[in-house]
Design a protein around this ligand. Structure first.
Ligand code: ADP
Ligand code: MG
Length: 249
């Protein structure tokens, strides 16, 4: 049994079957990549996992409990955090403020004016956020205006914001999209380090095969809303169906 078990999940948008019959098992403490061409349904699947979309069919179990029908904050409280495909930080706030907001959102189910007034008053949260920033070599930037950071640091901050929620499962949707090579390599190193330092499972949607093959222990290939194959990176590399459907060979 994996920490995440997706069974027979289907999702239709009007006439379009975005997810056909998705089965996916993610083993605890592994890095599992989900790859596939544009429009394959990867982001839709992620949205189902975090409660942003309710599938038409199937089940999603996290740590033996059903995720379906729960609100996004409840799923977050269960231990799932997600990094978006486009950076979602609060540009007008400081790095530290950005780190604290997800802690409040997880605890209270929402971020309220009251939360904002008390942002720095919860010692335990402040310490947790500081310790994540230290782990990420960003503690020097804690007072920095988030909007003035480099693109690479913004993405780093986003990952930090998720880690401040202490997730057991971290979901990433194309974390290196649009990045220069150096930032991509930094992100690979960061994710490797996160994996080494914590009890965490990572599911990553990624287009860049260099990233996938640097990190993933297992890979699921999604095409037209249905998994084609799931296997180890070595097997995936040589798989004729994958070469044909995904690598375009
Ligand atoms: P991927 O992330 O693999 O590129 P998506 O999950 O974003 O693919 O999209 C899968 C398919 O579903 C695409 O054809 C996309 O246009 C469609 N789709 C995604 N979200 C919606 C939506 N909210 N409404 C209608 N169609 C959608
Ligand atoms: Mg996508």
């Amino acid at each position: 049994m994996g920490i995440l078990e997706v069974k027979n999940v289907g999702k239709r948008f009007g006439g379009l079957q975005a997810l056909g019959d998705v089965n996916l098992s993610v083993a605890e403490n592994t890095v599992h990549a989900i790859i596939g061409p544009n429009g394959a349904g990867k982001s839709t699947l992620l949205n189902v996992l975090v409660g942003k979309l309710i599938p038409d069919t199937g089940s999603v179990m996290f740590d033996g409990k059903s995720v379906l029908g729960r609100k996004p904050y409840e799923i977050c409280q269960m231990g799932i955090s997600r990094v978006f495909q486009t950076p979602e930080i609060f540009g007008d706030l400081s790095v530290m403020e950005n780190m604290l907001i997800p802690c409040f959102a997880k605890r209270d189910g929402a971020f309220t004016a009251n939360g904002f007034m008390n942002l720095f008053k919860d010692r335990e949260m402040v310490e947790r956020a500081e310790s994540v920033l230290e782990d990420m070599n960003m503690i020097d930037k804690r007072h920095m205006h988030a909007a003035s950071m480099s693109r690479g640091d913004k993405r780093r901050l986003e990952i930090g914001m998720c880690l401040s929620q202490e997730p057991r499962l971290l979901l990433l949707d194309e974390p290196t999209a649009g990045m220069a090579r150096a930032d991509t390599n930094n992100t690979i190193d960061l994710l490797k380090q996160i994996k080494e330092d914590r009890d965490i499972t990572i599911a990553i949607i990624e287009h860049d095969m260099h990233v996938v093959f640097s990190l993933a222990e297992r890979i699921t290939v999604l095409a037209q809303g249905t998994p084609l194959v799931e296997d180890t990176p070595d097997k995936i590399k040589g798989h004729p169906k994958v070469r044909e459907a995904y690598l375009g060979e």
